[in-house]
Design a protein around this ligand. Sequence first.
Ligand code: CP
Length: 316
Amino acid sequence: MRQTALHGYDILGLRGMSKDNIDLILHTAAKMKALLQRGKKDMELLSGKSVAIVFYENSTRTRLSFELAAKYLGAHVVSMSEQGSSVAKGESLEDTLDTIAMMAADAIVIRHSHSGAPTVMASKIDVPIINAGDGMNEHPTQALLDMYTMLEYKGRLDGLKVAIVGDIYHSRVARSNIWGLTKMGAQVVVAGPPTLLPKDIEAMGAQVSSDVEYAIKGADVVMGLRMQRERQSAGLVPSLAEYTRYFGINAQRLAMAKGDAILMHPRPANIGMEISADIINGPQSVISRQVTNGVAVRMALLYLILGGGDDIEDID
Ligand code: CP
């Protein structure tokens, strides 16, 4: 079996990922999606492999799509939350992951509230680590599924104008998308209240504006972000109603993008706050497709890290 370029790799973020590897993941995701569309959910590409899914923060989409992705590929899957585990008795993250590694897990998917936790663990644990979202740092698999969805609708990433609107400061989704999209040749403009625009964002390659209409004007892709009420320090926005008035994405603002622009959101969404109810399921919305594509992208990643090379072509 030929090994892929990502065999045994940690997936910690898109900041450190090469354009070639992003291309490889997106290309493989297209193959996985084609298999899923043919109803293939009982593949043996990862038979005999074990994937541990360890979440220290809440999740619906990322957690379930990793579980389904691993199962569709034939892997064994175990899943653990902070609550109900020995973490609640004070066991450290390193001891927890070490315990999982000692049980011969072949990959660990981790979500953690501390930025950098997966990176630190990857330096200590000899099992591939996949970052499923760490604090305010990165959410690489979300950005990969976002880029894959853009490719499906636009046929390219190079030259696209992508407007990312909302709470940039707390958003690991925004950071991973900026690292990934700029690497792939897209122009990224972020917009939000000045208090929610981190100072380092321009150095990452994005244009920054506190004028949402300037950011959306002429965009190919408009991406809203969740207002992360659980991570807000007091006083970052004067009021949520005012936030919606000045920065919420609504039909009038979406109309400033290109006529064929797509509307994205990683979800969960505060409907009526950062995005209006009339557009979230409207004709330009691809938000449901993002969720569907999350399974194919995570299948691609698990396959590339744990599986082989050629046998994906052999499935009929
Ligand atoms: N988009 C996203 O990460 O959703 P979950 O928190 O439900 O996984």
